[in-house]
Unconditional design. Structure first.
Length: 364
């Protein structure tokens, strides 16, 4: 089965999360940006993948079109591991991490979607089988920087049945307001997006420790500072979570070698796709590090994450970005009910993007 075409399809779907002013990357947070990757084959099977593209959509689209597509077209769609390894080698001179890895991730997810469709089986069956049919979710709140707003949305998410809440706040009074709103029976997670130095994070972490955080996510900059993460964890006694900014298993191995994390957070749209995620999962199991996949997505990356959790990390929760968009690519498939979402059972990823939504929100 030969690959006959690889297409990058950029989308921008307006969204709202209940506040104004949080800047993500180089811009404000006003739309969900997608780089869908469509892979066609001479067998008539089409696969869908997703390359991470929040605030970097045009660059990722260019990487898929100009770097990935020429290397993949004409190749055997079923020989995923060999093609993956060859593309890594061919493109390493442009930088192994970041945009290049995002683009490769999109291709890889699409090829696994094709593999499942060709076999007539859901992706999780190719990964060893689902150990759960429904997954617990955590509400991943965006940054409100306001005690009243964070209280409102914590209470709302708990009322909707979420048994775990994650903040993206850096103000201690705002974090304290959230803590007061989230019952101790629910998991309470904090992601500060690499806000502080090691010294600052150590001091602040000690002050936060009495709040009973279940993890302290990416407390230091730069995110690959494994030694610094370990220092912070030892100083405050809160489990450390990190890895959403890592690409490929080698960067996770470095974190594990440093004793940096108790929770590893591979992001399937960033790390090199499903092929590389499997390596990271095996490495985490070997090192006794828990998996907590990063997945604030609503496209093929989200579906892939559901399969990966169900088969390889059934104790993990699915991250649900707590926002409202003007449209969903899969209808209600990824919208939790009472804090749970079903694992797809159809062939491959289990569903294809809604073509009407793709047409309506296609971007440059």
């Amino acid at each position: 089965m030969k690959i006959t075409g690889v297409e990058a399809i950029p989308l921008s779907i307006p969204c709202r999360y209940g506040a104004e002013g949080w800047s993500l990357g180089s811009g404000g947070w006003k739309a969900l940006e997608f780089c869908l990757v469509r892979v066609d084959t001479d067998a008539g099977i089409t696969g869908w993948g997703e390359a991470f593209s929040y605030s970097c959509r045009r660059a990722v689209v260019a990487a898929v079109r100009d770097m990935i597509a020429p290397l993949a077209t004409g190749r055997d769609a079923s020989d995923i591991a060999s093609l993956h390894a060859e593309i890594q080698k061919r493109l390493h001179i442009f930088g192994r991490f970041g945009i290049t890895a995002f683009a490769l991730s999109g291709l890889d997810i699409a090829l696994w979607d094709i593999a499942g469709k060709a076999a007539g089986k859901p992706l999780h069956a190719l990964l060893g089988g689902a150990r759960r049919e429904r997954l617990d979710c955590y509400a991943s709140l965006l940054r409100y920087a306001d005690a009243g707003l964070v209280t409102r949305y914590c209470e709302q998410a708990v009322g909707e049945g979420f048994g775990a809440i994650k903040l993206h706040e850096v103000s201690e009074p705002v974090i304290a307001a959230a803590r007061a709103a989230v019952p101790r029976s629910a998991a309470f997670l904090l992601d500060v997006n690499c806000e502080w130095s090691v010294a600052e994070a150590s001091v602040i972490g000690r002050r936060l420790a009495p709040m009973g955080l279940d993890w302290f996510e990416e407390p230091v900059f730069p995110p690959e500072d494994g030694a610094g993460l370990r220092v912070v964890g030892e100083a405050c006694g809160i489990p450390i979570a990190a890895g959403e900014n890592c690409c490929f298993a080698t960067q996770f191995a470095a974190l594990f070698d440093a004793g940096a994390v108790q929770y590893a957070q591979p992001s399937v749209t960033k790390v090199g796709g499903i092929t590389e995620f499997r390596k990271i999962a095996a490495l985490a199991a070997e090192r006794r590090v828990k998996l907590a996949p990063h997945s604030p997505y609503f496209g093929p990356g989200a579906l892939a994450t559901l399969h990966l959790i169900a088969a390889l990390a059934p104790e993990a929760r699915f991250e649900y970005f707590y926002l409202q968009a003007d449209a969903w690519l899969y209808g209600e498939l990824l919208v939790p009910q009472r804090g749970e979402v079903a694992v797809p059972q159809g062939p491959g990823l289990g569903a294809d993007p809604d073509p009407d939504v793709v047409r309506r929100y296609q971007a440059e």
